[in-house]
Design a protein around this ligand. Structure first.
Ligand code: CDP
Length: 217
């Protein structure tokens, strides 16, 4: 991989708790590329609104909150709270919010060292010319189990039935919105992780990327 002159861009899209974040991080490390979790941008807008009491039902206020993104620490645990997740899911449907966050993502993707970006619309909108596109998915039931484990691991309360309903609602919002809905790009490789442990999912993703890079130049 190291003798490539043109930097590699890998787009990883998929629904909530599909494993796309872990896979994207592992791919970035394996191929020596930068990594951007684009969900953090939407969460940072949501956290800004949450802190300043903005109304998530108001697109104008949400667009204004995009100016707060650089002030948010991407490692702030509050980004992962239920309240912030719920606001993020709503404000990410606004075309104005998506437009305000677009350049930051495109700029990262155009970096000299190459990049892995994970999100919902990387292969379709942000980096349509990415060298490799993966669409990572898993059944809603498996994703709900993973999310419960993750929340409990962080000492947060979690009930399977509630989490499953939340995941299904989020899927419907992600796929049903007019602006950059979640969908598999025509040229994306599908990776279903329902039956895979995380290390097997990562190994499968590396294989798919290597196969795709070998057939392109
Ligand atoms: O995996 P999970 O859905 O819990 O969270 P995330 O990937 O951090 O995304 C947070 C929110 O931002 C979700 O509601 C997504 O719908 C939204 N998002 C988006 O609309 N576009 C992206 N490229 C990334 C996230």
């Amino acid at each position: 991989m190291t003798d490539r002159i043109i930097p590699i861009v890998i787009a990883v899209d998929g629904p909530a708790a599909s494993g796309k974040g872990t896979i994207a991080r592992a791919l970035a490390q394996y191929f020596g590329l930068g990594h951007m979790d684009t969900g953090v941008l939407y969460r940072a807008v949501a956290l800004t609104m949450f802190r300043f009491g903005g109304d998530p039902g108001n697109e104008f206020e949400a667009v204004r909150a995009c100016e707060g993104v650089p002030q948010v620490d991407p490692a702030d645990p509050e980004l992962r709270s239920e309240a912030v997740s719920a606001i993020a899911s709503r404000i990410s449907a606004y075309p104005g919010v998506r437009a305000a966050l677009l350049e930051r993502q495109r700029h990262f993707a155009a970096g000299a060292d190459g990049a892995v970006l994970d999100g919902r619309d990387i292969g379709t909108v942000i980096a349509p010319n990415a060298n490799v596109k993966l669409f990572v998915t898993a059944s809603p039931e498996v994703r709900a189990q993973r999310r419960v484990r993750e929340l409990l691991g962080r000492g947060m309360p979690a009930h399977y039935d509630d989490v499953l309903i939340d995941i299904q609602a989020r899927d419907a919002r992600d796929s049903g919105r007019d602006s950059a809905p979640l969908r598999q790009a025509d040229d994306a490789e599908l990776l279903d992780t329902s039956e895979l442990e995380i290390e097997d999912a990562v190994a499968a993703a590396i294989k798919l990327v290597e196969a795709r890079l070998a057939t392109s130049d």
